[in-house]
Design a protein around this ligand. Structure first.
Ligand code: FE2
Ligand code: FE2
Length: 296
C-alpha cells in the first residue's frame, strides 16, 4: 500500500540491519560454486544475454562506490560500513561468479563501464552544499532501492528458469546464494530513504527538486544513460518475461519512491517516468532486433 510504514525507522535500526547483513552474509567465495552445467547451449540461449548483463552491472559496483564518494562526501558511519564492508564485497563476488559463468557458457567476459559520468560529477561538486547533499542522499537511496528491487526480481526469475531447465548446480550454488543477498541491500536503501522522509530532513523545495531530478534522470539498472545499454536492458526485460506486464513491473520497482515522493498524487500506481524508461528500453531492443533481421 501507499501508506507510510507505521514503524518509525531510527538510525539505530538501520545500523543494526547493516551489522546483521554483514554477519549473516559473508561474500560468496568463488570456490563454493559447483560449475556443472548440463546443457550449456540451452542455458546460453535462454539466459546468456541476461547473465551477461547482470555480470557487467554487478562488476560496476566499483564505479558505484566512486560515485558514492563523489555524491556523499559526508557519509556517516552506517553508510560507510554498508558500502565498504557489506555491499561492495558482496556485489563484486556476484560479478566475478556471474562473469565466470558466462565464460563457462562460451560467452565473452564482461566489460564493466567504470567511468563516473559527467552529471554525477557536477552533482558531486554541488553536493558540498548541505541542502544539495541532502537531495543527493535521497536520490542515492531511491536509486538503490529501485535497482536492488530489479536485482531481486531478476534473480527470482532466473532461478525459476534454471530449476525448470534442471540446472541444479547453477540454481543452488550461484543464483540462490546471490539472490539471498539482494533483499538486504534493498531493505537498507528503503529504510534509509524512508527515515529521511519521516524525519523531514528535506524542506518542500528540496523535495520538489528531488522529484524534478528523478523525472529527468531516472534510469533502469545498469543502463548508464547509454542507448546501447538501454537496448540491452530491454532484452533482459523481454527474456525474463516482464514485458507481458510492464505496468506491474513498474509498480514493483517504483513502489518506494511512489510512496515517499509522490504520496500527494492520490491513486497513482507508480511514477510515470518509470514506465516510460521501461517502454523506451523494450522499444530500443525491438528496433535493434528488427535491424538485425533486416541485415541478415
Ligand atoms: Fe548483486
Ligand atoms: Fe545488490
Amino acid at each position: 500500500m501507499t501508506d507510510m510504514p507505521r514503524q518509525h525507522i531510527t538510525q539505530k535500526k538501520i545500523a543494526e540491519h547493516v551489522q546483521r547483513l554483514g554477519e549473516l552474509y559473508p561474500p560468496i567465495p568463488l570456490d563454493s560454486v559447483d560449475r556443472t552445467i548440463k546443457r550449456p547451449g540451452l542455458v546460453a540461449k535462454k539466459f546468456g544475454h541476461v547473465i551477461d548483463y547482470l555480470a557487467r552491472v554487478e562488476l560496476e559496483v566499483d564505479r558505484n562506490v566512486l560515485e558514492l564518494l563523489v555524491l556523499l562526501p559526508d557519509a556517516d558511519e552506517t553508510n560507510k560500513t554498508f558500502y565498504a564492508d557489506v555491499w561492495q564485497p558482496q556485489e563484486i563476488q556476484h560479478g566475478l561468479i556471474l562473469d565466470r559463468l558466462q565464460q563457462d557458457l562460451g560467452r565473452a567476459a564482461a566489460e564493466p563501464h567504470l567511468e563516473v559520468s559527467f552529471p554525477i560529477r557536477i552533482l558531486g561538486a554541488l553536493a558540498n552544499l548541505k541542502p544539495i547533499q541532502d537531495i543527493a542522499r535521497l536520490m542515492y537511496f531511491l536509486t538503490g532501492a529501485s535497482t536492488e528491487r530489479q536485482a531481486v526480481l531478476a534473480y527470482n526469475q532466473i532461478n525459476r528458469g534454471m530449476q525448470e531447465l534442471e540446472e541444479t548446480a547453477i540454481s543452488e550454488t550461484i543464483i540462490t546464494p546471490i539472490k539471498q543477498q539482494e533483499p538486504g541491500h534493498f531493505a537498507f536503501y528503503q529504510m534509509s530513504a524512508t527515515a529521511m522522509i519521516q524525519d523531514k530532513v528535506l524542506r518542500p523545495w528540496q523535495l520538489f527538486l528531488t522529484r524534478v531530478m528523478r523525472e529527468k534522470s531516472y534510469n533502469l539498472v545498469g543502463t548508464n544513460q547509454m542507448k546501447n545499454f538501454k537496448a540491452d536492458m530491454g532484452g533482459v526485460v523481454v527474456d525474463l518475461g516482464f514485458d507481458s506486464d510492464l505496468e506491474g513491473y513498474a509498480r514493483e520497482i517504483g513502489r518506494v519512491e511512489n510512496r515517499l515522493l509522490w504520496a500527494h498524487r492520490q491513486g497513482m500506481d507508480f511514477p510515470p517516468y518509470i514506465l516510460k524508461a521501461l517502454r523506451e528500453s523494450v522499444d530500443l531492443y525491438r528496433e535493434r532486433l528488427e535491424r538485425g533481421l533486416k541485415l541478415a
